[in-house]
Design a protein around this ligand. Structure first.
Ligand code: ADP
Ligand code: ZN
Length: 299
């Protein structure tokens, strides 16, 4: 019998829970809005308890969460969502709350490190040891691996909050980040698109000028990531990347902004297989949490 894992993709607007063992073996999935920690985590626990009755015991659980979080197993606050701007969720010990009901190995990481691990196991980052997964949705977040290990450090990367050059003449929009205003997230997340142009990203025509500016900012961010980490590939996910036509714009802008400095095929002829959508599509998040559970079981 195959192993069975529980997965929680804890997002700022919704939770997605699943049980299964990998692509092609998701036995059940449940989605519900992120309300208060007490209510939402209780729904996740109830879902896993129901599924255990149907399918048998879980071997491990993986949680990938919006953050900031404490991902360090030796830290006294391991397993908590820490200083999130979602006030009701500040200092929520999500791993501890799940562990009260499931005495199992629990893997815990950021949503983007989780998705990166899933892509490494089964998606667009198979066989790579240094790559980045960037999501562009309600926020912008980046995770990934360096040298075969998920990137942690003092905490974990917060790539969305890097500053990028902001030409106020071309774009007088001040940005929406509550901390920094015009950081990358403040200029290029879904809410920034909506606030700048007055329409949600999903409603723009492919030839709307919004996409050129969006590709410009994302490319500035990607050039910073490329020059700092030298990733072997960059995966771009999240709601805003639901616009396939934006990939060629980003490829062109990244090449333009690098100005020929990095002479690798990946930056020239092969850039369309260097900056790519998730191999796991919209399942990257939940499969990433299953991958976190598998790793937690290995110890
Ligand atoms: P979240 O970041 O909350 O997990 P998403 O990744 O779906 O969720 O991102 C939601 C944001 O992406 C919203 O600002 C929404 O307007 C925008 N968005 C969703 N779908 C699209 C689309 N097809 N094209 C452009 N923007 C989109
Ligand atoms: Zn910011």
């Amino acid at each position: 019998m195959s192993q069975l894992f529980g997965a929680i993709e804890a997002g700022g607007t919704k939770f997605v829970c699943a049980v299964g063992s990998g692509p092609g073996d998701i036995r059940a999935e449940s989605r519900f809005p992120t309300t208060t920690p007490g209510e939402t985590i209780a729904q996740a626990i109830a879902f896993f308890q129901e599924q255990e009755l149907l399918h048998g015991p879980l071997q491990a659980i993986g949680i990938s969460a919006f953050g900031p979080i404490d991902p360090h197993p030796k830290s006294p606050t391991f397993g908590t969502i820490t200083t999130t701007p979602k006030l009701a969720w500040q200092h929520t010990p999500i791993v501890g709350m799940i562990r009260q009901h499931f005495d199992l190995p629990i893997g815990f990481d950021t949503d983007v490190n989780g998705a990166a691990l899933g892509e490494h196991h089964w998606g667009a980052a198979q066989g790579l040891d240094t790559f980045v997964y960037l999501t562009i949705g309600t926020g912008i977040g980046g995770g990934g691996m360096v040298g075969g290990r998920l990137i942690h450090g003092l905490m974990h990367p917060e790539m969305g909050h890097m500053y990028v050059p902001h030409d106020w003449d071309r774009d007088p929009f001040p940005g929406v980040c509550p901390f920094h205003g015009d950081c990358l997230e403040g200029l290029a997340n879904g809410p920034a698109l909506e606030a700048r142009w007055g329409t949600k990203g999903e409603s723009f025509a492919p030839d709307h000028e919004a996409w050129l500016l969006e590709a410009h900012y994302l490319a500035l961010g990607l050039v910073n990531i490329i020059t700092i980490l030298s990733p072997q590939r960059i995966i771009l996910g999240g709601g805003v990347m639901g616009q396939p036509h934006i990939f060629p714009l980003i490829h062109r802008e990244v090449r333009h902004q690098l100005k020929g400095y990095i002479q690798m095929a990946e930056m020239e002829k092969a850039i369309d297989s260097y900056i790519v959508p998730p191999g796991l599509g919209s399942q990257a998040g939940v499969l990433g949490s299953i991958a976190l559970a598998k790793e937690a079981l290995k110890g």
